[in-house]
Design a protein around this ligand. Sequence first.
Ligand SMILES: [Zn+2]
Length: 367
Amino acid sequence: MQFNSSKFNEDFYNTSYDDLSTMSFRTENSTQANISPNKGRCIPNYMKGLRYIEPRLTQKSIHVQYMTWKKYHRLAVVYAFLDQLEKEYPAICTVVVIGKSVHGRDIKMLKISNTDATNSGVWLDGCIHAREWITTSVVTYIANCLVTQFHCLPKYLTNKDWHIVPVLNPDGYVYTHTKDRLWRKNRSKFKGGIGVDLNRNFSYGWGNNGDEGSSDDPSSNFYRGPEPFSEPESASVRDTILGSHSTFKVFLSFHSYFECIIFPWGYKVEPCPDYIKLLEGGIAMSRAIHQSTGKTYKVGSTKDLTYFACGTSTDWSYGVANIPYCYMVELRGRKHKFKLPREEILDTCVENWQGVCKLMEYVDKTS
Ligand SMILES: [Zn+2]
């Protein structure tokens, strides 16, 4: 579906705003969810037409952006998209600020739930590493599919309390749009460097394996921070999950660009107690991805497929929060690394929507 007003269809990179906290926008309903998990019965909700809300920006030049999966978006657009979903679908959507970043930005989470007390919890996060922009595209796409098709999705998708954080590291994310496209960490200041690698700042296995698993040097890209959960962004994950009424069954943290699905442990070589179940769940996802677009995502433990990673969110969610299915999904793409071309955004979203759907089916079958 094409927008009918070209004046609003300006290239995002020409926009003048940065991180506006209030803006109005239009949303493009998903027309690309061409592989419905409920084949034949679910009609994408694109007949409603486009919504246009009068901009309320006070800036001299008004540039309105709206959510699509044709390009990457700034934080304000992502957050406005979450707010719009809540406004349009109040029966199932709630936007919660789960914490503040080092610089005081909101860390927004979209909760999607039919509030059935028997639901289990699912966690999805993107951009814990700031430069991995495709992860935000994927989790917002999944949110959009869930919300706009909720009425006709299979039960294994609707019997979940979805907790979706598209940008877990908002300071870093803004920094990648304004200063340094390849920034990874958050923006904490330390003597000797800026930023903590938030995916080395969780408590389980924190600091293990010395320099192989993380770094004690603030100038390193893998700086683990002065202590576990020293950073508000990682602490917000801990507090939200441990403080939730939901019993979480699935924890998915999205990264790029290794094209693989990896699970605990990252802090040691030995297989985790549920290695076989996690392997099977990962293979179910990987198969669905391959059937969707032909892409191959390898499956295995973090250490087996990548390297020692100590203090990760997935080791913590599995080892401390006792969530049985914990994965880091490393998205595309090996060729362009963190700068995945916008032409590949939609395919990456679609294949991972299929993968996540299949994982939920697998999880319900096995428990
Ligand atoms: Zn990453």
